[in-house]
Write a protein that binds this ligand. Structure first.
Ligand code: SER
Length: 315
């Protein structure tokens, strides 16, 4: 029997595009989308959808049994900014959802799991430039703590119960289809929207704050690739890198298309979160182990973002 995929958190920024891509590859009815709310029309009309709370284990089991699901991509999570506002809720969502899925895999109900980690696992004591795969990890945000704990749980279930769980540490993800929500790296999406609608952006990070980032297509490719390859036993969650830039550098890239675009900087509490994260990531292990390679640089990403957002706002 062929594999059936369940995406939990399918209506979020990454979930939406991941679902559409997987449906394109494996067929619409093979990929079940689920979330606590409905998603955009393209997602809702392209295949099966279930309302699903990622912390409700009974309902997860019900959906898995209904569709004979074999693989789960657990994309539901509370991101860094929202998690600082609701620490307990963030911990409950980010941890319980993962433990439910790992338990179901341990019990043999599903065969394979994808769980996203983040650059937020690193903290102020981590080397900030070219951050290695294995290094000091003392995250200072609730989100980062939950992601680091999650990585350790994944490794535990893998080693102890032979659960096939795969993971990557996403940098900030930039896309135009579905908005991100509640992240520190979200400025790099907002800035493109505001460039088109207002010709002006008031940035919540300081001009020279460098963060690791990636265009959505590269992130989706990494996610799908890591689920298809044979991985060495000793892996944990892979660092993956593409580009890194500052608010000032992305502004310059936008101004090449929109010369009148202006930016101001009003750093707020999110600055402290950004300052605790790496500026650039060393992903040589992912490149060696499963041939990870990005293809979008800042210029190419800016072309695609502006072109698609212009069209979106015009229609
Ligand atoms: N994009 C996330 C955030 O900013 C980091 O993984 O919270």
């Amino acid at each position: 029997m062929s594999d059936t995929i369940l995406i939990i958190g399918a209506c979020g920024q990454i979930g939406t595009e991941l679902t559409l891509k997987l449906r394109g590859i494996f067929g619409n009815t093979t990929v079940i989308a689920s979330d606590i709310r409905e998603g955009n029309t393209e997602l809702m009309e392209s295949g099966p959808f279930e309302i699903l709370d990622a912390t409700n284990k009974d309902k997860i089991i019900e959906v898995i049994e209904k569709y004979h699901v074999t693989e789960v991509y657990l994309m539901a999570a509370m991101l860094s900014v929202t998690a600082e506002k609701h620490p307990q809720k963030a911990w409950d969502l980010n941890m319980n959802s993962l433990l439910h899925i790992l338990d179901l895999a341990k019990e043999g109900l599903i065969k394979k799991v994808f769980w996203p980690s983040s650059i937020a696992v690193f903290g102020t004591t981590t080397p900030q430039n070219n951050t290695p795969q294995e290094t000091i990890m003392e995250p200072t945000t609730v989100y980062g703590i939950s992601k680091l704990a999650g990585e350790r749980w994944c490794a535990y279930y893998k080693n102890k119960y032979n659960v096939d769980v795969r993971s990557i540490r996403y940098p900030g993800i930039i896309s135009w289809k579905t908005n991100p929500g509640g992240g520190t790296t979200d400025y790099a999406v907002e800035i493109y929207h505001k460039a088109i609608t207002d010709n002006f952006y008031n940035c919540f990070l300081a001009e020279n704050t460098r963060l690791p980032m990636m265009y959505m297509d590269d992130a989706i490719k990494a996610t799908i690739d890591i689920m298809q390859t044979d991985l060495p036993d000793n892996f944990f969650s892979y660092n993956i890198a593409a580009i890194n830039f500052t608010p000032k550098e992305i502004t310059i890239a936008i101004q090449k298309h929109l010369p009148n675009f202006k930016i101001e900087y009003s750093p707020d509490f999110r600055q402290e979160i950004a300052d605790s994260w790496p500026q650039s990531i060393n992903d040589v292990k992912a490149r060696e182990d499963w041939n990870w390679k990005h293809s979008f640089d800042l210029e190419k990403m800016t072309d695609v973002m502006l072109e698609n957002l212009k069209e979106k706002y015009n229609s």
